[in-house]
Design a protein around this ligand. Structure first.
Ligand SMILES: Cc1ncc(C[n+]2csc(CCOP(=O)(O)OP(=O)(O)O)c2C)c(N)n1
Ligand SMILES: [Mg+2]
Length: 323
C-alpha cells in the first residue's frame, strides 16, 4: 500500500501524541488531579492510529474506555479532552461524566456507556442509518477481547451481516479482560473467526504494526463504503500497564510484560521510518517537543478552567420543547 511520506510522518506524530498523552494522564492521576476512572492505553497506540487515520468527519467511531487517541484523531480538541479529564465545565462530559464516554455528533463521535459491549448495537444502528440514508460513510466500532463474549456483540454482528451494513468492528485484543486472560474466557484463540458465523470477513492483524492495521482498516472501510458489508478486524496487542490505575497487575508475569514491551509499536514505527530516511534524531526530538508542549498547554488550561455548577446537573437531561 502506497502511503506518502507526509502521511507517514503524521501517523508517527499521532503515535507519539497517543503515548505521551497516556503517560501524562498516568502522572496526573497519581497526583490526584483527574476525576473518574482511567484505563491506560500504553502499548496499544498502533490500533488507534492505524484505524482512525484518514477517517472522514461523516464516519462515526465509538471508542471504548481505553485509548484517548481515538477521540483526538476523530477531532476532539485536546484542550477539551484534558479539561474533561479534570472534570471541568468546559471539557468533554462538561464535568458531569467521564471524558472517556463522551460523544460529539458533529464530528461523528458516538457516546458510549460504561457497560462493556453495550455500544456494539449502537454503532450498528448508526451504520443502519447510514445505509438507509444512502450515505457512503462508515461506522467504526471498538471493543476489547472481553466484550466479544457479550450477547450484544453476537446480536449486532448477526444483524450487520444479514443487512450488509457499512461497519468495521475493531477488536483491541490486549490479551486480558481486567485480570482474566483470554484463554480462561473463550475456547478459541482468534476472535476474528467469529465473523465467519455471521457471513463476513474476519481479519487478524498484528496490532503493534501500525501500517498493517492501517492497511486492513482501509480495505475494510473501502468495502463498507461500496456497500459490500461489515468486516471484523482483530488487532493482537497488549496493554503495558494495569487494567486501570488501581491494578498492580499481579496476574501476569514480569517476563510476559517485558516481552511485549520489546514489541513497542511506537519504537517499531520509528525504526521503520528511520530506515526509510523519513525520520532522524532531530525530527524525532522535534515531534516529542511539540507534542509535549501541546499537552502541557492543555493541562495548564484545564487546571485554570471552572468546575461545574450544581445546577449543571440538569443540563441536557430534558429536551427544551420551546425551541
Ligand atoms: C457489562 C459489564 N460488565 C463488567 C464491567 C466491568 N469491566 C469494565 S472494563 C472490563 C474488562 C473489559 O475487557 P475488554 O473488553 O477486553 O477490554 P479492555 O479493558 O481489555 O480494553 C470489565 C469486566 C462493565 N463495565 N460492564
Ligand atoms: Mg482486553
Amino acid at each position: 500500500m502506497q502511503i506518502s511520506d507526509k502521511d507517514l510522518l503524521q501517523m508517527y506524530r499521532w503515535m507519539v501524541l497517543d503515548r505521551v498523552f497516556e503517560e501524562k494522564t498516568f502522572d496526573l492521576l497519581k497526583l490526584g488531579k483527574l476525576v473518574g476512572f482511567h484505563h491506560p492505553n500504553v502499548g496499544q497506540e498502533a490500533v488507534d492510529v492505524g484505524t482512525c487515520y484518514g477517517l472522514r468527519k461523516d464516519d462515526t467511531i465509538m471508542p471504548t474506555h481505553r485509548g484517548k487517541g481515538k477521540y483526538l484523531m476523530k477531532g476532539v480538541d485536546i484542550k477539551i479532552m484534558m479539561a474533561g479529564m479534570f472534570g471541568r465545565r468546559n471539557g468533554s462530559g462538561k464535568g458531569r461524566g467521564p471524558a472517556s464516554h463522551s460523544g460529539d455528533n458533529s464530528i461523528g463521535l458516538l457516546a458510549g456507556t460504561g457497560l462493556i459491549g453495550s455500544g456494539i448495537p449502537i454503532s450498528t444502528g448508526a451504520a443502519l442509518a447510514m445505509k438507509l440514508q444512502k450515505k457512503d460513510s462508515v461506522a467504526l466500532h471498538f471493543f476489547g477481547d472481553g466484550a466479544s463474549n457479550r450477547g450484544d456483540f453476537h446480536e449486532a454482528l448477526n444483524m450487520a451481516g444479514v443487512m450488509k451494513l457499512p461497519i468495521v468492528y475493531v477488536c483491541d485484543n490486549n490479551c486480558y479482560a481486567m485480570s482474566v486472560p483470554q484463554s480462561c474466557a473463550m475456547a478459541i484463540e482468534n476472535i476474528a473467526i467469529r465473523a465467519e458465523g455471521y457471513g463476513f470477513p474476519g481479519i487478524m492483524v498484528d496490532g503493534n504494526d501500525v501500517l498493517a492495521v492501517y492497511e486492513a482498516s482501509q480495505k475494510a472501510i473501502v468495502r463498507a463504503r461500496k456497500g459490500e458489508g461489515p468486516t471484523l478486524i482483530e488487532c493482537k496487542t497488549y496493554r503495558w500497564m494495569g487494567h486501570s490505575i488501581n491494578d498492580p497487575g499481579v496476574y501476569r508475569s514480569a517476563e510476559e510484560v517485558a516481552a511485549w514491551k520489546e514489541k513497542c509499536p511506537v519504537r517499531r514505527f520509528e525504526n521503520y521510518l528511520r530506515e526509510k530516511k523519513i525520520l532522524n534524531d532531530a525530527k524525532v526530538q522535534d515531534v516529542y517537543k511539540k507534542v509535549n508542549e501541546e499537552i502541557e498547554e492543555a493541562v495548564h488550561l484545564a487546571e485554570s478552567s471552572p468546575l461545574p455548577l450544581p445546577e449543571d446537573t440538569l443540563l441536557d437531561v430534558y429536551a427544551d420543547l420551546k425551541n
